[in-house]
Design a protein around this ligand. Structure first.
Ligand SMILES: *Cc1c(COP(=O)(O)O)cnc(C)c1O
Length: 392
């Protein structure tokens, strides 16, 4: 039977028959796996690509989670990682070697840039060149002789530019360059980049998949078997092992992902639509808004929006943003997002950029709109904007 997205999300990875009828795949904790004979130990105990052979390469709890993510992306296989950043580093290290170059989008998640590319990859002799998120098919003109991978993130972290993913993926495919996308904002529910020709999709399942701000988890899903062998063997060589309790929470989170995202979007649209009319606001950075420059691409490729967006404020005295955010009642000040609760942080996109210039002079913040009543969130933000305006 052809299963639609919500049906896959509800059932993928569940195997009650293999677990005494238990609906949710149970938490299997294991290091040692024992085999009945030397023959089986020799045959199955050393194959990290399939089945259970040692705790580090995954237990049935890991595999249930990986199976569900793979099904959502219509991919070949998924590898679970102990965090989203581990998935990003793991995917890049799987396809790059000394002397290679990676093209990295200028609006990428800051730790991918500062820690993975500018630190780890640089020390290994892999060059990173940053490119304009709006390059689209023009990526073909900036490929170098040693470019082996192109990394995308759409919308971009903090600034929310939409990339023309299929156009870039097509160029990569033609030139035999691996395309990798960070799809955390969308989660596997709102966007399936492998279907549009991307080779590897990485996600911080820490965010919407887990959904409750209480576990670290990452995934990399690939379209083809040869790439699966590379990401799986690299994850294994680096000793990456996603914890079974966290994989359990990831699978459990998936079951409610669509209803949570629907409400996140509804609330975020209400708050964003109100915010953009306020005099203290220069721009709201949210591709779901019809006037957003990325709206057409977002509407073409995505089935919805999540609850995370940026806000550019009018220029203000130093201390105005802190005055606004410090006393918000419902918004926590903290990293990460994708849980049920609202968050607000100041952001500083300008200094991160090297390929493009951030055009706004006013301060920027990022809001995660949670599942609270949106009118309460608006009232909280209204009081915050009043403090922003009145800051000395
Ligand atoms: C949070 C985040 C990550 C990293 O995920 P962790 O699980 O926190 O390591 C990667 N990419 C994006 C876009 C993120 O927001």
């Amino acid at each position: 039977m052809k299963k639609r997205k919500d049906t896959v999300l509800t059932h993928a990875g569940n195997h009650p028959d293999a677990n005494h009828g238990v609906v949710n795949p149970p938490v299997y904790h294991a290091s040692t796996i024992v085999f009945p004979t030397v023959k089986e130990f020799e045959e199955r105990g050393h194959n990290p690509y399939e089945g259970v052979q040692y705790g580090r390469t995954g237990t049935p709890t890991t595999m249930a989670f990986e199976e569900a993510i793979t099904a959502m992306h219509k991919g070949f296989k998924t590898v679970a990682y102990p965090s989203g950043l581990a998935a990003i580093a793991g995917a890049l290290l799987s396809v790059l070697k000394s002397g290679d170059e990676v093209l990295m989008v200028d609006s990428v998640y800051a730790p991918s840039r500062k820690q993975v590319c500018d630190d780890v990859l640089a020390r290994l002799g892999v060059d990173t060149r940053y490119y304009d998120p709006l390059v689209g098919g023009g990526i073909s003109e900036i490929l170098g002789a040693n470019t082996r991978a192109v990394f995308l993130e759409s919308p971009g972290s903090l600034t929310f530019e939409m990339q023309d993913v299929p156009a870039i993926a097509e160029v990569c495919r033609d030139k035999n360059i691996v395309s990798i996308i960070d799809n955390t904002w969308s989660s596997p529910y709102l966007y399936q980049p492998l279907v549009q020709g991307v080779d590897i999709v990485v996600e911080a399942a820490t965010k919407y998949v887990v959904g409750h701000s209480d576990a670290m988890l990452g995934t990399a899903t690939v379209a083809k078997e040869n790439l699966y062998r590379r990401i799986k063997s690299t994850a294994n060589s680096l000793g990456y092992s996603a914890a079974p309790d966290d994989c359990y929470l990831g699978t459990r989170g998936l079951r409610t992902l669509s209803v949570r995202l629907q409400r996140h979007q509804e609330n975020a649209m209400k708050v964003a639509t109100w915010l953009r009319e306020q005099p203290q606001i220069e721009r709201v950075l949210y591709p779901a808004l019809p006037e957003d420059p990325g709206h057409a691409i977002w509407a073409r490729d995505h089935s919805g929006a999540s609850g995370l967006f940026g806000v550019v404020l009018q220029r203000a005295p130093e201390g105005a943003v802190a005055a606004m955010l410090d006393d918000l009642e419902l918004f926590g000040i903290g990293a990460s997002w994708g849980g049920y609760e609202s968050l607000a942080i100041p952001t500083h996109p300008g200094p991160l950029r090297t390929a493009t210039t951030w055009p706004y002079e006013g301060p920027t913040i990022r809001l995660h709109i949670g599942l609270e009543d949106p009118d309460d969130l608006i009232a909280d933000l209204q009081a915050g904007l009043d403090r922003f305006s009145n800051a000395p």
